[in-house]
Design a protein around this ligand. Structure first.
Ligand SMILES: Nc1ncnc2c1ncn2[C@@H]1O[C@H](COP(=O)(O)OP(=O)(O)OP(=O)(O)O)[C@@H](O)[C@H]1O
Length: 247
């Protein structure tokens, strides 16, 4: 299988401290990749490098086999990506306007935008909110708008940095269920940073565990959770004490 994104000998250094040091890492078409690890391990930094939102100190990042010059990812490449963060960062305007924004920026005709926004609002169960100001939504509603806004541009990769972590349990479960169905149908490649083993176990099919800026283990999610290696077991076993590994 050819990788969509490939990292080769990547380091990221800040204030003389090495935050990431990754010799080889790949993201494959159609996978739902989880990135997990302790606080400060470098997960969000890795996500930012993969999405070309920040630049590596050294090493190469390839997109579909093509080396992307450091700090120079072209706009048409960055537009293949979407990102959804824990804070939904919605704009002061209607839900419709917020979801439409990526298409508006791409100068898509208004009639098409209307149709697509209606479609994605329906998928995320938020059609009734179309005219509501996005700043006055509940956390769960805001995250649905955030994810619909990210998905409407039909990204080649969707990057997710803890989008569910601030939600109460029932809201989280319902959104994750809906989201899983949506993303599986769309067959979008996703990279998902999370602290939460339940979220990772439910959503992802491959998992990378980062500790101290290094990928200490990667592979199929169930396999890693069942067989942590000597570098990841102390982190994963703490989680497993509290979370039964049933899908
Ligand atoms: N630009 C930067 N300048 C200085 N330090 C940075 C920079 N970016 C990240 N760091 C540091 O690098 C380390 C890794 O940060 P990062 O946010 O990637 O970790 P994380 O695994 O996502 O953490 P958390 O689980 O707490 O969100 C932290 O110690 C952070 O303070």
């Amino acid at each position: 299988m050819n990788p969509l994104i490939e990292l080769k000998n990547i380091t990221f250094t800040a204030h003389k401290k090495t935050i990431l040091d990754i010799q080889e890492f790949q993201i494959y078409d159609g996978e739902f990749l989880g990135i997990m690890g302790p606080n400060g391990a470098g997960k969000s930094t890795l996500l930012k490098l993969l999405a070309f939102l920040d630049q590596q100190t050294s090493g190469d990042i390839l997109f579909r086999g093509q080396n992307i010059p450091k700090g120079n990812a072209p706009l048409d490449l960055r537009r293949k990506f979407s990102i959804a963060l824990q804070q939904s960062l919605l704009l002061d305007g209607t839900v419709f306007h917020n979801i439409a924004i990526g298409l508006t920026l791409r100068k898509i005709p208004k009639s098409v935008i209307k149709e697509k926004v209606a479609h994605w609002m329906e998928l995320f169960g938020i059609s009734h909110l179309a005219k509501k100001n996005a700043l006055y939504l509940s956390g769960g509603e805001a995250q649905r708008v955030n994810l619909a806004r990210a998905m409407i541009v039909e990204p080649e990769i969707l990057f997710l940095d803890e989008p569910f972590s601030a939600l109460d349990f029932p809201t989280k479960i319902k959104l994750m269920e809906d989201f899983k169905g949506i993303i599986e149908k769309a067959q979008t490649t996703a990279v998902f940073v999370s602290h939460d083993l339940m979220e990772i176990n439910y959503l992802t099919n491959r998992l990378a565990i980062i500790v101290n800026g290094e990928v200490k283990q990667s592979g199929s999610t169930p396999r890693i959770l069942e067989h942590p290696n000597s570098s990841t077991q102390s982190f994963l076993n703490e989680w497993k004490k509290f979370y039964p590994l049933a899908r």
